[in-house]
Each structure stands twice: as C-alpha cells, then as structure tokens.
Write a protein that binds this ligand. Structure first.
Ligand code: WAQ
Ligand code: MG
Length: 290
C-alpha cells in the first residue's frame, strides 16, 4: 500500500444524542464507495434505528503512517467469569500493575466506569501503580482511532482466526485496537470486556503477553463493560499517549499467531517462563562487555 494515498473513513450513529454505533477504516481512494456503503449498513444494523449518521472521510496524505504487527492471540478457557477475572488480574500483576490498580479497575468495569455508573464511550487511563484515573472526562474516556489492517495482514489474520474457530468481527476489531494500544507510549497493559449484553468475552493484552482472551468475562445479559489502559507511573505523558491513541495513523502489517486454547494454570505458567526469558535476556545484555 506504499505510495497509494490513504483515507480515514469513520462512521458514528446516534439517536437522541446517544451514541449507537461507530466504526472506522483506513483505505485507498478506490475503496471509498464500497466501504462507505458497508459503514452505512453497519450504522443501521444495531437494534435502535439511528436518527443521525455521520460519516467522515479524511485524506491522510500518507503522512507519518506507522506500521506495526498484530499481537498474538491466546484463548483462556476459564470456568466462569470470576475465574477469568482473577486470571486476568494475575496477568496484569505479572506486568507490573499493582494489586490496588487491578482491583479498582475490575470494580469499575463491573459496576460501570462512567461518572454516573454507566458505560463510557472510550477507555479509562489508569496509573499502574496508584490506580488513579487520568482520563480528563470520565464519561467520554479516551477513544482509540485511526488504525486498520493492511489487506494482506487482514486476510492472513482472518485465516489464522478462522482456523482457531474465531470468526466474530469483534475479535479482529478488538485485536487491532489492542495491538495499537500495546504500542502507545506509556501503556503497559489493557483490560477490556464488551458492553454488548449478548457478548460476554473480554481480554487482557500487552506487548509482552500478547492478546489473551476470555470467552466469558461477565454474566450473560450484562450491558456493563469497558476498557482500561494501565500506564507507567514514572515519566508518563498523557498528551503523548492520547495523541498516539487518537491521532497517529497505524496500519497493522503482519498477522498474529493464534494459539490453542489453554487453561488458566497454563496461561499463568507461560507467563512465568516468558518473563524468565526476558530477565535472562536483560541480564545477558547487562552483563555483556561494553
Ligand atoms: N477506544 C477506546 N475505548 C473504546 C473504544 C475505542 N475506540 N471503543 C469502545 N471502547 C470502550 C467503551 O468503554 C466500551 O464500553 C468498551 O470499550 C467495550 O466496547 O476476543 O466488543 O465495542 O472475543 O463493546 C473484546 C473481546 C470485545 C473480543 C470488546 O468492546 C474477543 C468489545 P465494545
Ligand atoms: Mg459495544
């Protein structure tokens, strides 16, 4: 796709001032009519009919496009949502998120993280040490935007996901978002579960662990969900982090691998061994002659 001018095309649908659905793509000019129709159809596909649909098309002029690989995907077969959440909590702690920060994020996601106890439009930004919330608006949160798959990586990811039996469009969208977030300056980990009452899955993700999904992370029928980005306590720049998440154009140029489903114990064991490898590599570097 190098050399071809790329466009950001974004759709948001609302009724009575309330957000119903949104989606976005990054595409060459020739694809605009077809993607426009697909986004228009998607705006109608939710239960509530939209009163307003806004579709924005913006020429990115090929400026400053960053290309990154997708995270690898693992599915953790936890017994129920409480085992899923406690496994996710242990993954987060292994990444340096404090127990307090993990606990408060889980509580907020469970009760509805907005200021009125409902669902937010975007994500919380949480200090990984103190658990303090850093997003300026606790109803809107921070919305990641301007990311998509390059065509070849998209097809390869579809194949990899399909051969693992993962065909729901939400998985690939969440994986793209999590891959971008894992590259954002200051983000150490992400925790998410859907706010869609019919979709119980969630995940924890980071550049170190990849994308670890839990098919059941909340009770069936619950319309409460959300996202938390955990960020480094030291030297964190909210402006740099949100600037990257919201405005930096990111294309995913390589598919992630999909691993076979594993138990919580296996997920946690794999964690220890990767971290041991990390430590070995670090000390090897530290001990290397100058
Ligand atoms: N940027 C930041 N936060 C967002 C964004 C965004 N672009 N879009 C949604 N959120 C937040 C918001 O608080 C929503 O309430 C919450 O995330 C959940 O959004 O592997 O479907 O679109 O099977 O319901 C994860 C598991 C599915 C997928 C996530 O999220 C899998 C999902 P939803
Ligand atoms: Mg949703």
């Amino acid at each position: 796709m190098k050399g071809i001018e790329l466009f950001s095309i974004r759709m948001r649908a609302s009724a009575q001032g309330r957000h119903i659905s949104g989606a976005e793509r990054i595409i060459p000019a020739g694809d605009i009519p077809q993607v426009f129709s697909a986004l228009y159809a998607r705006a109608q596909s939710k239960g509530a009919p939209p009163e307003q649909i806004v579709i924005t098309i913006e020429n990115l002029a090929n400026e400053g496009i960053e290309r990154i690989p997708a995270l690898d995907v693992a599915t953790c077969a936890a017994r129920d949502y409480s085992e899923a959440r406690s496994t996710a909590a242990q993954v987060l702690e292994s990444l340096g998120v404090s127990r307090d920060a993990v606990f408060s994020a889980l509580q907020l996601l469970a009760k509805g993280p907005s200021s009125t106890g409902g669902v937010m439009r975007g994500a919380m930004v949480i200090n990984a040490e103190t658990g303090a919330r850093l997003e300026p608006d606790q109803d809107r949160g921070i919305r990641a935007s301007r990311f998509d798959w390059e065509p070849a990586a998209s097809a390869a990811m579809d194949d990899a996901l399909a051969s693992a039996g993962l065909t729901h469009f939400r998985i690939k969208e969440a994986l793209a978002l999590a891959s971008k977030a894992a590259h954002a300056p200051g983000i150490v980990a992400e925790l998410c579960w859907s706010d869609d009452p019919d979709y119980t899955a969630g995940y924890v993700a980071s550049s170190r662990t990849g994308y670890i999904r839990f098919p059941m992370m909340k009770p069936q029928g619950s319309a409460i969900g959300g996202r938390a980005f955990f960020v480094t306590a030291a030297g964190f720049s909210l402006a740099a982090c949100t600037g990257y998440l919201c405005a930096q154009t990111v294309l995913i140029n390589a598919a992630g691998r999909c691993k076979a489903p594993s138990s919580p114990a296996e997920v946690l064991a794999a964690l220890t061994s990767t971290h041991d490898e990390d430590r070995t590599n670090r000390s090897a570097v530290a001990g290397a002659p100058q």
